[in-house]
Design a protein around this ligand. Structure first.
Ligand code: ADP
Ligand code: MG
Length: 322
């Protein structure tokens, strides 16, 4: 067993939802237009992520499962100019270190490749029939790390965490047709037609999507677009504010506060908005190398961006006179 892979796995792969997030982001980076996720037993028994993206050539499978090997950046400049969701080359190696992984992939040839890994070691690789794209099956997650298993919450909570992350990523990619299934039962299905309002409808339901207002604003550095709920439509937590920076779902207190300021959030009454905020920015203004899960980012000109968000939202609400 490769110890450093297990240590890295502890940082990147905390729970089944982390596996789903990493595999889903890889599928997106591979330019997939259709992605299907299916899990069993809150993801502990099995997680399958199937995409129609670029696939992986058979001679690059070992590399894909090697830690710090990434096909996405090649030099130091790229590290500060990250245009993909992944770039650390840690996810597949980390997942394989704590589970049984099977990959079936085809990068466009007549046939594809099937390979198997257990506890980070390759057990088999062979030519196999496959359509273009990649299917990764993760079985028996944390079977060799009992301490990690113990730390997990109830199956219900773990499923909620999977749904939450897939929902937020779905909101960031309205042009990808995403399906999430729990033991064959559909939890989320998006059309993938590029329409954000329809994606919100798939995620939160039609009655909510109908009460969302679009907003848009930009300056020299940022372009901000999104949807915000009309004042009557509130939630009791800030969890329904999703911020996507260049497609990456991020946690950012200051930007969430900017959304709430624009909305005129009533903190005392616990009336928070539902919102989807999509920010486009030159990757050079963003440092995603703060934390292994990349959920925290360091952003230049955060104050300017905050003001832009607050103004965009408050003027959208004013204009509609809602
Ligand atoms: P990272 O995403 O940071 O590069 P990962 O460990 O997640 O690292 O993936 C390693 C490499 O495997 C990627 O750089 C990519 O080349 C390849 N890869 C992983 N998943 C897919 C996929 N679904 N489709 C195509 N290539 C993939
Ligand atoms: Mg990745």
């Amino acid at each position: 067993v490769n110890l450093s892979n297990q240590i890295a796995a502890g940082e990147v792969i905390e729970r089944p939802a982390s596996v789903v997030k990493e595999l889903l982001e890889n599928a997106i980076d591979a330019k997939s237009t259709r992605i299907r996720i299916d899990f069993i037993d809150a993801g502990l028994k099995q997680i399958i992520v199937q995409d129609n993206g670029t696939g992986i050539p058979s001679d690059q499978i070992d590399l894909a499962f090697t830690r710090h090997a990434t096909s996405k950046i090649s030099n130091e400049h790229d590290l500060f100019n990250v245009g993909t969701l992944g770039f650390r080359g840690e996810a597949l190696a980390s997942i394989a270190a704590v589970s049984h992984v099977e990959i079936l992939t085809n990068s466009g040839g007549a046939s594809g490749t099937r390979a198997e890994f257990a506890a980070g070691v390759k057990k088999a690789q062979e030519e196999a029939a496959a359509t273009k794209g990649t299917q990764i099956t993760v079985k028996d997650l944390f079977y060799n790390t009992p301490a990690r298993l113990k730390y997990l919450r109830s199956p219900r909570t773990e499923i909620m965490k999977i749904v939450d992350i897939v929902n937020r990523i779905a909101l960031g990619y309205p042009d990808i047709a995403l399906t999430l299934m729990n033991e064959g039962r559909v939890l989320l299905r998006t059309a993938g037609n590029g329409n954000l309002q329809q994606t919100v409808s798939s995620v939160y339901g039609r009655s909510i999507a109908e009460k969302m207002l679009p907003f848009k604003s930009s300056d020299n550095d940022f372009e901000v677009t999104g949807l915000i709920s009309k004042p009557g439509l509130t939630r009791s937590t800030r969890n329904f504010i999703s911020i996507l920076l260049n497609g990456r779902y991020i946690n950012n207190f200051q930007l969430a506060t900017a959304v709430m300021d624009g909305y005129g959030t009533n903190l005392a009454a616990k009336h928070y908005p539902i919102a989807v905020i999509k920010i486009k920015v030159d990757p050079l203004l963003v440092d995603v190398n703060v934390h292994p899960t990349k959920k925290e980012v360091r952003l230049s000109k955060e104050t300017e961006l905050s003001r832009l968000i607050t103004n965009a939202i408050s003027s959208a609400l004013l204009a509609k006179d809602v």
